[in-house]
Ligand binder design. Structure first.
Ligand code: ADP
Ligand code: MG
Length: 307
């Protein structure tokens, strides 16, 4: 549904997005994760045809990003919840939605139906006649989401949808994202919040100007090196240490009767270590795998790139 190939955007000497190649399938909730300044907003602006690309390709559905003609077609099938919400503060919640509906040339009855549907869905129906200017941040954000959906787009881009929200409002927004997923919408979410990406996204791309990694949260976690296996023994002996050394284990650390070893593939390496210890007469009390979390993976990737 969304495809890019070597998509690049420069601002003068600064490369904000560097040769980004990725693919988002229809119906996927895709997290675009990266620290501030990583190029997330710039990418979304290019995909939404709000700024031009410097080089590379991008495609939304069947339409190549780049021509004026396609920009109009793309805008019809996408919705954007921008990073700065930008509502008409002197219009009511209902009027804000209705105005957007008219921009998209929705008929009176289509607008009436979708305005009511979304205001009810987001718990704003009772506030429909209140001015958006008086809304809390959470309510404004919800209204911005509703506004991005009034023309029933196939793809929804959300730029940091829960930034600046209190935890409860953020939770409502996340639950709403999961509801939209049930409607088979393709959702592209910019976030610098790893926990959020992990909770709502099918796949996550980690961006730091360049694409650092992409995969399901589980895949990203697994792909990261630096896991450790901790083996608690009844008694560590020279025979055990020597047999482990024969396995060429990495970074063997001994603390009392506890051994810690770096492993790349615990499923392969742990049984060999266990066999070696048992063969050397050792008695194993526990074997624990310390998996590095996605957070470790994320920080590692982002730091590596910064160097
Ligand atoms: N209009 C612009 N002019 C110059 N530099 C920009 C402009 N927009 C973004 N940048 C720069 O591009 C980089 C990426 O910014 P942005 O896409 O906003 O990152 P993110 O959304 O991940 O925080 C930053 O270094 C930012 O300062
Ligand atoms: Mg941004």
């Amino acid at each position: 549904m969304i495809e890019t190939e070597n998509l690049t955007r420069k601002f003068g000497d600064l490369t904000a997005v560097d040769n980004l190649t990725l693919r988002v399938d229809k119906g996927e909730v895709f997290g675009f994760l990266g620290p501030n300044g990583a190029g997330k907003t710039t990418t979304v602006r290019m995909l939404c045809c709000l700024i031009t690309k410097t080089s590379g390709k991008a495609k939304i559905g069947d339409y190549e990003v780049g021509s004026q003609e396609n920009a109009l077609k793309i805008r019809k099938i996408i919705g954007l919840v921008p990073d700065n919400v930008g509502l008409y503060e002197s219009l009511t919640a209902y009027e804000n939605l209705d105005y957007y509906g008219t921009l998209y040339r929705r008929t009176d009855s289509q607008r009436k139906e979708s305005n009511e549907y979304f205001l009810k869905l987001l718990g704003l129906w009772a506030k429909r006649d209140a001015l958006a200017g008086g809304f809390s941040k959470g309510m404004k954000q919800k209204l911005a989401i509703a506004r991005a959906l009034v023309h029933n787009p196939e793809v929804l881009f959300m730029d940091e949808p829960t930034a600046n929200l209190d935890p409860e409002a953020a939770k409502t927004v996340r639950e709403f994202i999961l509801d939209l997923k049930k409607e088979k919408k393709t959702i592209f979410i910019n976030t610098h919040n790893l926990d959020e990406a992990q909770r709502v996204c099918d796949r996550i791309a980690i961006l730091n100007t360049r694409l650092m990694a992409v995969g399901t949260p589980e895949e990203l976690e697994r792909s990261i090196r630096g896991r450790k296996t901790v083996i608690q023994l009844r008694q560590v002996t020279e025979a055990i240490l020597s047999s482990l050394k024969h396995l060429h284990v990495e970074n063997l650390v001994r603390e009392g009767n506890k051994l810690t070893v770096d492993v790349e593939n615990s499923e392969e390496e742990n049984p060999d270590m266990v066999n070696a210890i048992v063969a050397a007469g050792g008695r194993i009390e526990t074997v624990t795998v310390l998996g590095s979390s996605l957070e470790d993976a994320y920080l590692k990737l982002v730091r590596e790139n910064a160097q």
